[in-house]
Design a protein. Structure first.
Length: 267
């Protein structure tokens, strides 16, 4: 039990703590008839605030009792690097040893989470440089109780070249990467002349690179880059995979902007 001599109307900070943690609360209240008041807080982030009962102690205050949560907090789905100077041990990321697919630039994790939900026998790694987006992998994945998805915060190109173990991935998904439309900035594009070598290194035999973009010029560059590398063969994107869209793709399609797709298989 937590005892507090403050008046009943001064428990706002406790409610604020719950709301900041991502919870919502409902309450019944009577200032004239002190009685037990049950707060039900829906929050996966702060399970210690799941259930809170206010017990009348005196006219001037209430006793606060925080009940034990029904379920314990699920582990974070965000992988924290111990070092970025050595290649990752993929086996330590997931509870089950399964084929791995990597999304380089997972945005708000719409595609990653849905694809992971539909394919529980595959492990998925989402890569983003913005922490807010990586947090979405964590929140959405835990909301669905997924254990086959993880998020990491790092530049995609660096992870591909220096951190992914050789031959570890069955598929690489690169959807709507930054097109860097200005000619002087095109050297910053992820899909460039070096990309195929890095992709070949990360993919297992028969692994596939899946590409999507709305930018015509960037799409042309993607086709040229892979056409120049005879280690890759063009293949069709499965219809079931194409049906799982990203956040950018949904917005673009709603505006009438079509998706350009390509896929290449490693020999």
């Amino acid at each position: 039990q937590l005892r507090d001599s403050r008046a009943a109307g001064s428990i706002g900070p406790l409610f604020n703590d719950a709301k900041e943690a991502g919870g919502v609360w409902r309450r019944g209240w009577s200032s004239t008839q002190p009685r037990p008041i049950k707060l039900v807080i829906a929050s996966s982030v702060t399970p210690q605030l799941k259930h809170l009962t206010l017990l009348p102690r005196a006219a001037s205050g209430y006793t606060r009792r925080v009940e034990q949560p029904v379920a314990t907090r699920t582990p974070s789905l965000i992988h924290e690097f111990e070092t970025i100077l050595e290649r990752m041990d993929i086996a330590k990321l997931f509870p089950a040893a399964q084929p791995l697919e990597v999304e380089l630039g997972c945005g708000d994790a719409s595609f990653l989470i849905e694809h992971a939900r539909l394919n529980p026998q595959t492990n998925f790694l989402g890569v983003e440089r913005l922490m807010g987006r990586v947090n979405k992998v964590d929140r959405k994945g835990r909301r669905l109780n997924l254990t086959n998805v993880r998020g990491v915060r790092i530049e995609s190109a660096y992870l591909l070249e220096f951190l992914l173990p050789t031959g570890c991935a069955r598929a690489l998904h690169i959807y709507f990467p930054d097109p860097w439309p200005k000619k002087k900035h095109r050297r910053f594009r992820l899909i460039n002349e070096r990309f195929t070598t890095l992709a070949w290194q990360a993919l297992s035999a028969g692994g596939i690179v899946y590409l999507r973009t709305d930018d015509e010029d960037y799409f042309t560059q993607m086709l040229e880059v892979f056409a120049a590398d005879k280690r890759f063969t063009p293949v069709e994107t499965p219809s079931a995979l194409a049906a799982v869209v990203t956040d950018f793709e949904r917005d673009f399609n709603a505006k009438g902007i079509s998706t350009r797709r390509a896929a290449y298989q490693r020999g």
